[in-house]
Design a protein around this ligand. Structure first.
Ligand code: SAM
Length: 239
């Protein structure tokens, strides 16, 4: 088993959802990764099975209780479990392709889906939860964010994508956005596929794609472009 995902959620019925179809779903059925979904509410102990309470200090909304979530984590991910414990959270570290790659190379992850206003800070601190954000916007719960993370990771597991190279040539794999794609018909609504792509000259195609990637990255994501290593000055004899 290459990647074992455990998800802690108040809405287990949302899973596998989109993770059960297409690429991720086939890989799940073929045993290339596993999904264990657990209901946080099963760790509640009072007769109302309550999981949340009002925020200390006042304010709107409710907070996921440390004792309930702590128990759920301890059952799903005991201390000897080497997998990281991730808490989906808008204030977390951004989910990047680099983080996705690291996770895909590891044994799996326990992914915790927040709800309400958030999670009691004590359980975040005491259980070493790594907060991960999928973007600068607020969802109503962590489930969709967890699915985004797991989908991005699963497609990098060896054997999941048809061609291993698909993962290495994509956006972000080399710090750049991906070049434009074309396919048949050769002409559509009066527009032809760029000549270079039908030239059969693989060197020219590779150079064109690199130039397109660079131009797109500079135009759309100056932050990524600024982080690129400086281009090596051409040595004499370089082509
Ligand atoms: N009060 C929180 C705040 O202002 O940061 C937002 C809580 S949100 C309504 C409920 C849950 O959705 C969060 O605990 C988190 O698990 C999940 N969530 C919302 N937006 C997210 C994002 N951008 N990335 C990851 N998880 C998110």
């Amino acid at each position: 088993m290459s990647f074992a995902a455990t998800v802690l959620t108040l809405y287990p019925e949302m899973f596998p959802g989109p993770l059960g179809i297409s690429l991720a779903g086939k890989a799940l059925a073929n045993g290339l990764w596993s999904l264990d979904v657990r209901n946080i509410r099963d760790s509640a102990t009072d007769r109302h099975r309550s999981v949340d309470d009002t925020p200390a200090g006042g304010g709107p909304g409710m907070v996921l209780r440390a004792d309930v979530l702590g128990r759920a984590i301890d059952e799903a991910s005991p201390p000897e479990d080497a997998r990281p414990r991730l808490l989906m959270s808008p204030r977390g570290r951004p989910l990047t392709q680099a983080l996705v790659r690291d996770l895909a190379a590891g044994p799996g992850a326990t992914v915790i889906c927040g709800r309400f206003e958030g999670v009691d800070q004590r359980v975040i601190d005491r259980r070493g939860l790594i907060e991960v954000s999928i973007g600068d916007y607020v969802l109503s719960g962590g489930e969709l964010a967890a699915m985004v993370l797991i989908d991005a990771v699963v497609r990098l597991i060896p054997g999941v994508m048809g061609k291993e190279s698909s993962g290495t040539e994509e956006s972000f794999s080399d710090g750049l956005l991906e070049y434009p794609h074309y396919t048949r018909p050769a002409e559509w609504e009066g527009e032809a596929i760029p000549d270079v792509l039908v030239s059969g000259d693989h060197g020219r195609v590779a150079r064109w794609r690199r130039e397109q990637s660079l131009a797109l990255t500079r135009e759309r994501r100056p932050d990524l472009a600024a982080a690129l290593p400086a281009e090596r000055p051409k040595a004499r004899g370089d082509r």
